[in-house]
Write a protein that binds this ligand. Structure first.
Ligand SMILES: Nc1ncnc2c1ncn2[C@@H]1O[C@H](COP(=O)(O)OP(=O)(O)OP(=O)(O)O)[C@@H](O)[C@H]1O
Ligand SMILES: [Mg+2]
Length: 277
């Protein structure tokens, strides 16, 4: 069983806590995205061996863990990029059999670890390619989508004609997030958005994540930068070798000695320690 700091994935939260878990005022007992017993891997090598996770509507949920834990495998399985087994529900409906395209149309979006931009195409064309779902809804929605992205990332608007391959690391990340937002997703899954970025740019990206949450997008954030992730998230999971080993409200996880020691890089000072020796 997964050690839990407060609410477990299976038991219902106490009354009052339910409202806090679901920022949009929806029914917190049915999460926007919920998986039970998720198995996924590569051929015979199973990476995830029965994982449970829930993303309440309007929340930021983070999954932290070391290299090779299975974080990217998890996101790819949820998106339908990788085959998976288990109970996977989106808005209460089973989507385990839905294809990648169907999941995109339902409102799931993934910004993969390798940003996969079209380097020889201008910024705006990269965004346009992300707007397929909105395009199907009509020209007006699509234009509004583009304006929304430019409002969130004014720098992309300034550089709309620049080739994506010539952007800085931070700008590429903004473009990758912007392109995913062009689909007007309900769930945005981000795979290590801070990877390889300077601390100042990381701050900017995490600021964007909290801004996005205010617009009502639910976010599943995979990160190695546990400190920043737990600061922005409502709830956190610790994934190690394909298993959730710890979970709880992000603030409590950030104060957990096991998380501090392994992921926050600060050793606890022994009680009564004196300075200067
Ligand atoms: N295409 C693949 N084929 C075979 N094994 C893979 C493949 N991709 C990943 N793996 C293996 O699956 C395990 C989980 O990898 P995954 O990429 O999900 O980890 P991660 O938590 O995202 O790590 P990182 O923090 O380094 O991105 C690792 O042991 C990895 O070697
Ligand atoms: Mg990864």
């Amino acid at each position: 069983m997964t050690p839990t700091l407060a609410t477990s994935t299976t038991s219902r939260p106490p009354e009052g806590a339910a409202a806090a878990m679901d920022r949009s005022g929806g029914d917190a007992s049915s999460a926007l995205l919920e998986v039970r017993g998720l198995h996924a891997g590569y051929g015979k090598a199973e990476v995830l061996t029965g994982l449970d996770l829930r993303l309440p509507r309007g929340n930021v949920v983070t999954v932290i863990g070391p290299n090779g834990a299975g974080k990217s495998t998890l996101l790819n399985a949820l998106m339908g990029v990788l085959p998976a087994r288990g109970d996977l529900r989106f808005e209460g409906q089973s989507v385990a059999r839905s294809t990648l395209e169907e999941r995109v149309m339902m409102g799931l979006a993934l910004v993969p670890e390798k940003r996969e931009l079209f380097g020889t195409m201008p910024v705006e064309d990269n965004l346009v390619l992300g707007g397929y779902r909105l395009m199907r809804q009509g020209q007006r929605q699509w234009r509004q989508g583009l304006e929304r992205v430019y409002t969130l990332f004014p720098r992309l608007k300034e550089r709309r004609a620049q080739l994506a391959g010539t952007l800085s690391g931070g700008e590429r990340q903004m473009l990758a997030v912007g392109r995913a937002l062009m689909g007007d997703p309900k769930v945005l899954m981000l795979d290590e958005p801070s990877l390889g970025l300077a601390p100042l740019v990381v701050r900017e990206i995490f600021h964007t994540i909290s801004q996005l949450r205010e617009t009502g997008v639910s976010i599943l954030l995979v990160e190695q930068n546990a400190r920043a992730a737990l600061e922005v998230a409502d709830h956190g999971y610790v994934l190690e070798t394909g298993e959730i080993v710890l979970q709880g409200p992000a603030r409590e996880l950030a104060g957990d000695p096991r998380v501090i020691e392994t992921y926050l890089g600060a050793k606890r000072a022994p009680a009564g320690e004196t300075a200067g020796d």
